[in-house]
Design a protein around this ligand. Structure first.
Ligand SMILES: [Zn+2]
Ligand SMILES: [Zn+2]
Length: 194
């Protein structure tokens, strides 16, 4: 595994700025890799990992940089729970660990560095110093990962009977003998403008 400072530099570049979330995300991801014994996530171990992230904020970018798991590679899965947490799944063994930032970490940062007024600066420094145990809660978990969730899944592509658009990765809904996309089945995030 590369060093914390190396990963942090890469994370800063990818994310566009250095912030407490980057420090936290790099630490969180490095801990996950370490627990799973994954040493080279960008090299020989690059197909071993699937990562679930639970928030779309700063720390998530850092998790993606350290693990090499990206949305476009299907190795990064987003569950929108609004929590600074991630689950790392070693697909070669089925072992998985969930790591969540402790709610107490912000207060701890305040205690450690009351002399720094700027919250981001305060947390950036403190999150480098606080021990893994004080910063994170970790839990070994089981993740149900069906074949269509794996990065390399090659599956049949079907066409929605309503809108005619192609659907991959078994995301279709079958209703009364018809194949529908999730949007046409009523599970849509958009509506026609008029
Ligand atoms: Zn940020
Ligand atoms: Zn459709």
């Amino acid at each position: 595994m590369r060093s914390f400072d190396d990963y942090l530099r890469d994370a800063e570049q990818a994310h566009g700025h250095l912030c407490a979330g980057q420090v936290l995300g790099v630490r969180l991801a490095m801990l996950g890799l370490q627990k799973l014994g994954i040493e080279d996530p960008h090299g020989k171990d690059r197909k071993r990992l699937v990562t679930f992230v639970e928030i779309d904020r700063c720390a998530t970018d850092a998790v993606a940089v350290v693990t090499g798991c990206r949305l476009g590679k299907r190795a990064l899965k987003f569950r929108d729970w609004g929590k600074v947490a991630a689950t790392f799944v070693d697909v070669s063994t089925g072992k998985a660990i969930r790591i969540a930032a402790k709610e107490s970490s912000k207060a701890l940062a305040r205690e450690l560095h009351p002399e720094i007024e700027n919250k981001n600066q305060q947390q950036m420094l403190a999150y480098r110093e606080i021990s893994d145990n004080d910063l994170f809660a970790t839990q070994w978990v089981k993740v149900d990962l069906p074949p269509e969730e794996f990065p390399g899944y090659k599956g049949e592509r079907v066409v929605c009977a309503e809108c005619g658009e192609g659907i991959n990765f078994r995301r279709e809904v079958r209703r009364e003998g018809k194949v529908l996309c999730r949007s046409c089945a009523g599970d849509s995030y958009y509506q026609p403008a008029e």
